[in-house]
Design a protein around this ligand. Structure first.
Ligand code: GUN
Length: 291
């Protein structure tokens, strides 16, 4: 069993970006600028946004973090997004999800200028991705593809089982893995809450992508010998013995599944850091295309 080390792969991507950004600055060009909006103060969202801001600092990007009250109206949030759309210095806009219930995430996503949609959630970005055109790819599935690329995992003709059908992970990763690209060309099965015999499907998987948000859902008897397992889950489990008060658990029973795998991502340190590296690549691309 070998580890798909997301920390190492992400660092390599950020190091490369840092050099390219520094070169741009020497040439008198602008550096990339990411604007992140955080509504409310959910612990997990705070952590994710802080990690994105830190990655910007490390890589020579400018970042602007806009914190808004939980109670902000949808209209005021949309106005804030429009301001950022019109700010020529801002290359990428992300609104951290989930949002409070009174705000429509669909309206929020649709308001972001598609040219600054570094999360790749806007319908224009999704449509281009489905057509295989160059565009912003949602950070988590893009990060998974970059990780497969970093470790040169052979995907051609392999059967990939995707657990979960979210717009953020399950659906886009199924499109990318089935695409005509170097880390694509898979046969893909998507499983979800209405799928019968999930175990039987999983056992067919040369590659399993687990993105359902149920801690340790994938057990050893669901995984065939030699499979590549990508764990997207990151659930906080209360744990008084930890300083933070919680420990993180993936969607895969790592201890028992890992001995059967050819490759597996750990949690933490697998897909998470790759998501941030992918967001940085999207933001860089936005900057380089328009400046
Ligand atoms: N919440 C969970 N994943 C994501 C992501 O990739 N982008 C944003 N904006 N919010 C998220």
């Amino acid at each position: 069993m070998q580890i798909l080390d997301g920390r190492k792969a992400a660092q390599a991507i950020k190091d490369e970006l840092k050099i390219t950004v520094a070169q741009r600055v020497v040439e008198g060009k602008k550096n990339p600028h990411l604007a992140a909006i955080l509504v409310g103060n959910s612990g997990a969202s705070e952590t994710y946004v802080a990690a994105k801001v830190k990655a910007c600092e490390e890589t020579g990007f400018t970042s602007t973090l806009i914190r808004l009250e939980d109670s902000i109206s949808e209209n005021r949030l949309l106005d804030k997004i429009r301001d950022l759309n019109h700010d020529p210095d801002v290359d990428g806009i992300l609104v951290q999800l989930p949002l409070p219930k009174h705000i429509s995430s669909k309206n929020v996503i649709n308001t972001i200028d598609a040219d600054k949609d570094v999360d790749g959630f806007h319908p224009v970005s999704v449509g281009k991705m489905v057509e295989g055109l160059p565009t912003f790819i949602p950070a988590t599935p893009y990060g998974i593809m970059l990780l497969l690329e970093h470790y040169r995992i052979d995907t051609k003709g392999k059967h990939a089982i995707v657990l979960g059908r979210s717009n953020i992970v399950g659906r886009p990763i199924s499109i990318l893995l089935s695409g005509q690209t170097p880390r694509g060309n898979c046969t893909v099965t998507i499983c979800h809450s209405h799928t019968k015999d999930i175990k039987e499907h999983c056992l067919q998987g040369d590659i399993i992508v687990a993105a359902i948000g149920i801690p340790e859902f994938v057990k050893a008897d669901m995984v065939k010998e030699g499979a590549v397992v990508i764990d997207v889950g990151i659930t906080r489990i209360e744990d008084a013995s930890k300083k933070s008060g919680f420990r993180l658990r993936g969607d895969v029973d790592y201890e028992n599944v890992s001995p059967k795998c050819s490759w597996i991502t750990p949690v933490p340190g697998g897909v998470g850091p790759m998501t941030i590296a992918a967001l940085m690549k999207n933001t860089f691309m936005s900057c380089a295309e328009n400046n």
